[in-house]
Design a protein around this ligand. Sequence first.
Ligand code: URA
Length: 188
Amino acid sequence: MYNTWEELEKAINNCQKCKLCNGRTNIVFGVGNKSADIMFIGEGPGADEDRLGEPFVGKAGQLMNKAFFGLGIKRENVYIANIVKCRPPQNRVPEKDEAFACMDYLRNQVILVKPKIIVLLGSTALKNILSEDRSITRERGNWIKSGDILYMPTWHPAALLRDETKKIQFWKDLKLVKDKAQKESLKT
Ligand code: URA
């Protein structure tokens, strides 16, 4: 556990804790407000993210940005990270050992940001952050309280690209987040 962002970023620099280091161009650490009230956690970098070193800058990210814009959430007011920080080959789901190797970094980011709300984007985030037996289909759109944090599981934005009908549910879930944030005077 590192007490400062500088120490954490230095520790992750040149990480070789798992095999994903072999194919990466950039480590995709995280982006946004380092004392955000709301944090978004995705799965892992895709090709655009790997190239640019920033999470959610490709097609899925652009869709998420549209929802942010529509709901009045500013990307620079929230913090965005992923379960794994290096791109899995062919964008496959991160394997157990990869997610495990990267989890301490994410846990450290959460401790430093101290978010009140964490939005879990898709099944990989839900299962790795809360528990393996959870189901995104069953649990999306429902608040889950664990410790001091409220979790909102929702679809991964890439799922909206494959199935248009999920868009409305994604928007509804983020609207719940926006409404809760407004009620509690949280930064959005
Ligand atoms: N998908 C993710 O899960 N994370 C990103 O950063 C981009 C796409």
